[in-house]
Design a binder for this molecule. Structure first.
Ligand code: SAM
Length: 402
């Protein structure tokens, strides 16, 4: 974990590497929850620990993390005190000899912790104050609290399937528990095996995808037989869903590695779409299309459940820089839209700057001619509750000619 807290690494790859050393599936699940849960709750756990520590900032990182993880086990997972305290005291005792003396402190602090030491309600206290303020500005105070608290809970395994019936059947034949998700085509599953070992995955019946991401695809409407530009296509997850729905998709992405991953994934899923490597700060060499999707790079503040490290590193200045880039990409996307066409703008972010402010600025630009007029048809924030990612999604239409 110190690779993440001190080394600046992302949690998912750091954990992936660490988990390779663990045999049992239960141990991997436990360590995964411990790492994600501790980082998601870090600020709340710090608040609970602070009154019992005279100089927490002077503690070695290993000891600080042992206290945090112990507090997470005790206060959030509800592990009995005798087990949790003993385990983390042992971790400190097995550390560098000059830190061993701190085992007594860890023992004393953890033993005195009580569930009521955690701030309540939890959402606000889980985020840096400036970020919670952005959530409030975007969503209002009650929804901001629900959003922040919602992202403290673990994510279930979400899959999407262009044909849910055979996918469900195949998954069940592999002893996977399957329930329909909240968005059409999404499935909530519990698998006894890692996803990559499932036949249903290998044969392209299913794709890991959060239902909110699938909802962005649905916001493109009926696309069968239409040309669709998937701008900032990344690994092509949305492009694949659009292609499966019968669209003729061109996925445009700056990063060559992501385009290669998109090609591999399309092959697994048995769908086809064109790919173009292009920096979308300038217009791509493509004819205007009736449907354009821009899934822009963003702060990721709607995905803190799966990327809790974002909250430790993000700054207001970074949000402002991203909003500027998004505004530029939105102008490119609008220029790619044919008269009468539909532009869907999405970010997995819960700030006004990256969402409604960007769309308002685009619409406020003087149209060159009537057929260039843009109208917002629908805009909304999807809240990160019940295992969903938080998104902002806007549908904008261009007036038709004549
Ligand atoms: C939110 S991700 C897209 C996820 C993708 N749509 C999906 O569903 O898998 C944003 C993507 O924008 C790409 N990107 C960032 N700046 C770009 C630019 N100037 N031109 C083109 N792509 C860019 C990033 O490489 C990243 O893959």
């Amino acid at each position: 974990m110190s690779d993440v807290t001190l080394g600046g690494r992302y949690l998912a790859p750091a954990l992936d590497a660490a988990l390779r050393e663990l045999e049992a599936r239960e141990s991997r699940a436990f360590v995964t929850d411990l790492c994600y849960g501790t980082l998601r709750h870090e600020r709340l756990l710090n608040s609970a620990l602070a009154p019992r520590l005279s100089a927490p900032e002077k503690l070695p990182e290993r000891v600080r993390l042992a206290l945090l993880a112990g507090a997470y086990e005790l206060l959030v997972r509800g592990t009995p005190a005798h087990a949790a305290v003993h385990a983390w005291v042992e971790v400190v005792k097995r550390g560098p000899s000059r830190q061993r003396g701190l085992a007594k402190l860890v023992n004393a602090v953890l033993r005195r912790l009580r569930p009521e030491d955690l701030p309540s309600p939890p959402g606000e206290g889980s985020l840096p104050p400036w970020l919670f303020e952005r959530f409030v500005a975007a969503l209002g105070p009650a929804a901001a609290e629900r959003a922040a608290a919602g992202m403290l809970r673990p994510e279930p395994l979400w899959l999407s399937a262009s044909d849910p019936e055979p996918a469900t059947e195949r998954l069940r034949a592999e002893a996977v528990e399957v329930h329909p998700g909240p968005v059409s085509g999404s499935l909530r599953v519990r698998s006894p095996k890692p996803l990559r070992d499932l036949e249903a995955y290998r044969t392209g019946l299913v794709q890991p995808q959060n239902p909110s991401s699938l909802a962005v695809v649905h916001a493109c409407g009926e696309v069968a037989g239409l040309r669709v530009l998937d701008l900032c296509g990344g690994n092509g997850v949305k492009a694949a869903a659009l292609a499966a729905a019968g669209a003729h998709v061109t996925s445009v992405e700056r990063d060559a590695g992501k385009l290669r991953a998109a090609a591999r994934n399309a092959e697994r899923l048995g769908v086809e779409f064109e790919r173009l490597q292009w920096d979308l700060t300038t217009a791509p060499p493509l004819d205007p299309a009736p449907v354009v999707l821009l899934d822009a790079p963003c702060s990721g503040t709607g995905t803190l459940r799966t990327h809790p490290e974002i909250a430790r590193r993000l700054t207001p200045a970074a949000v402002a820089r991203l909003a500027e880039l998004q505004a530029q990409l939105l102008r490119t996307a609008a220029a790619c839209l044919a008269p009468g066409g539909r532009l869907v703008y999405a970010v997995c972010a819960l700030t006004r700057e990256e969402g409604p402010d960007n769309v308002a600025a685009l619409l406020a630009r003087e149209p060159l001619a009537r057929e260039h007029t843009l109208v917002a048809r629908r805009e909304r924030f999807l809240l990160p509750e019940d295992g969903l990612d938080g998104f902002y999604v806007a549908t904008i239409e261009r007036a038709s000619v004549g």
